[in-house]
Design a protein around this ligand. Structure first.
Ligand code: ARG
Length: 575
């Protein structure tokens, strides 16, 4: 239980004992100013209103029955009926000790862990991953790490697009080049160009287009040679994705890939089942689901098409099949989709249809964790100068190069290998953090200069804060681990309470899928540490004080490292 939860429990039962109903919330918030203590109870006014009591009077009664003597030394009534809770420094110190002596910072595991499927990354394999795949990949990955950390059973699902008509022209192109094996693997080393060349021929050469269309038919009919060629392409394309994942320090592996094609066999059944549930309507030869819930501005219902007039299936059909699989085979309680906000209609239709058709139980939590677009400086979606798509791998290489230039400038004495390693960690960390720290649902402007800055809410700032603490320990040498931790000065207390609030940040992130809350927490923690470090000398202090402060520093480093790790960002011992 974190402090907020502990206080919530205690204050809520005080509320109930003076007559409030069980569903009234105590509304415990972290205090914004140190003079108001560390926590604030904001629920008094609401509870008093329901009981038709004067809020100050209700507050007085709460203070009378509330016993926080083990953890707080003062509970004051403020304003119209707020309660300010001042926690005991000794109790805080004891909590810090528990965190120091635990591998997981004494953060509790969830009591009834659900099985959570996390759908993220999901690139289309016909082309190479581009910058549009960055957000889903890294936000989803951070949430995987956070939920696992607190004990959920997490099943990542990489819903890659590996099926559809584009593969016809790719196979036709492969077939032409296949005569010389060498050439083929060379060509496929740049999928982007390969795709473009195939597309050019498809548009310009009627014969080629004909062959391409024949390939689609053969592929769908399960022609073995065709499947072999297709599999070869998919393998290479997945290898490209894995290179990106590795560079990005993203956990996804081939085991997490559950491609669209895996659902092919179930698609006719999905349509048949929708039909038997009475959900299908034929419209211009296509099979559609019309639901009142989804209307355009003009009042017309927006149908979800599940089968085209030529018999082909669609994105929605595959997603419905995937939902069945996630329920029947993976036994998911909750599914989080980290998918571009522009797909919100699609996903909401799929969720609603799946429930109406009883493909998944009504209580299953289906959440579209939508995100906005990454923009260039010009305010348009991030692209090359001539408006082309930017390959994700190229963006990451550029990040490493820019970070390398920076390290060369700041720390030319480091040997070259180490400078390279630092640049990798800082460059990739910067790109990831710049994204993760933004409000997920809005668009944001990609800016190299701010993300690589050592000041402000950036990865380099946090990585540097961590490395700086490590350097204190290199100077301090060994210290007394059984020394007493004493919280005396205000900056010490401020740092202490912040250290104990990681769990509260994680609580929000796990509910809302918002890594920016964790980023903010870490940024504030680093700020609290800097204030403490300036105001409270560590190495020059007397032995007892020095040991106590070293403990605070140790736990700060541990918390920064854990927090960055949950974001998928690496730390450095020196930089
Ligand atoms: N392949 C899709 C795209 O690139 C993303 C897949 C998202 N996941 C899903 N279950 N639909 O837009």
């Amino acid at each position: 239980m974190n402090i907020r939860q502990l206080l919530d429990q205690r204050v809520s039962s005080a509320f109930i004992s003076i007559g409030a109903s069980k569903d009234v919330s105590a509304v415990i918030k972290q205090s914004s100013k140190a003079q108001f203590g560390q926590y604030q109870v904001n629920g008094v006014m609401g509870a008093a209103k329901k009981l038709k009591m004067n809020p100050r009077q209700f507050a007085t009664q709460v203070v009378d029955v509330l016993d926080l003597s083990d953890i707080a030394d003062k509970v004051e009534i403020a304003g119209p009926g707020f309660l300010n809770i001042h926690l005991k420094p000794e109790w805080l110190a004891w909590q810090l000790e528990l965190a120091l002596n635990s591998d997981t910072l004494n953060i509790d595991k969830i009591k009834t862990p659900q099985t959570v499927v996390i759908d993220y990354s999901g690139p289309n394999l016909a082309k190479e991953m581009h910058v549009g795949h960055l957000r889903s990949t890294i936000i989803g990955d951070a949430i995987v790490r956070v939920l696992r950390f607190i004990g959920y059973k997490v099943i990542p699902q990489n819903h890659v697009g590996d099926w559809g008509t584009q593969f016809g022209m790719l196979l036709a192109q492969m077939n032409d080049l296949q005569s010389s094996d060498n050439e083929l693997s060379m060509q496929l080393s740049d999928l982007e160009t390969f795709y473009r060349d195939a597309k050019k021929r498809f548009d310009a050469e009627p014969d080629f287009a004909e062959t391409a269309r024949a390939y689609v038919v053969k592929l769908q009919a399960g022609d073995p040679n065709c499947l072999l060629l297709w599999q070869q392409f998919i393998d290479i394309s997945l290898q490209h994705c894995e290179d990106v994942y590795e560079r990005l320090n993203v956990l996804l592996t081939r085991n997490d890939v559950m491609p669209e094609s895996a659902y092919n066999d179930d698609l006719p059944q999905v349509v048949a089942d929708l039909d038997s549930m009475g959900l299908l309507t034929e419209d211009q030869g296509a099979q559609c689901v019309f639901l009142e819930e989804f209307k355009a501005k003009n009042g017309k219902i927006l149908p979800a098409i599940v089968q085209k007039s030529n018999g082909g299936y669609l994105y929605a059909t595959t997603d419905l099949a995937a939902l069945r699989y996630r329920h029947n085979k993976l036994h998911a309680d909750r599914i989080l989709y980290f998918v571009d906000a522009r797909q919100s209609l699609h996903l909401n239709q799929v969720f609603t249809i799946a429930k109406k058709a009883h493909f998944v139980p009504a209580e299953m939590q289906l959440e579209h964790m939508a995100f906005g677009t990454m923009m260039g400086k010009n305010g348009k979606p991030f692209a090359t100068r001539d408006g082309g798509t930017v390959k994700l791998i190229d963006l990451l290489k550029e990040a490493e190069q820019r970070a390398f230039d920076l390290v060369n400038e700041k720390n030319p004495d480091l040997d070259k290998e180490e400078r390279k390693a630092v640049a990798k960690t800082v460059g990739i960390g910067a790109v990831k953090y710049a994204d993760l720290s933004k409000n997920r649902s809005s668009d944001y402007i990609f800016n190299w200069d701010t993300m690589l800055s050592f000041e402000g809410n950036t990865a380099p700032y946090l990585q540097y804060a961590y490395a700086r603490i490590q350097s204190i320990f290199r100077k301090a040498g060994e210290f007394e681990h059984n020394a007493t931790l004493n919280l005396v000065e205000m900056p010490e207390k401020q740092l202490a309470i912040k250290l104990l609030q990681l769990s509260e940040a994680i609580e929000v992130v796990s509910k809302d899928g918002t890594p920016n809350i964790l980023c903010n927490y870490l940024f504030e923690l680093a700020g609290n540490f800097m204030t403490f470090y300036e105001a409270c000398p560590i190495l020059k202090a007397d032995k007892e004080i020095k040991n106590s402060r070293l403990k605070l520093a140790k736990l700060t480093a541990k918390t920064l490292k854990t927090g960055l790790d949950l974001l998928g960002i690496k730390t450095l011992e020196r930089m």
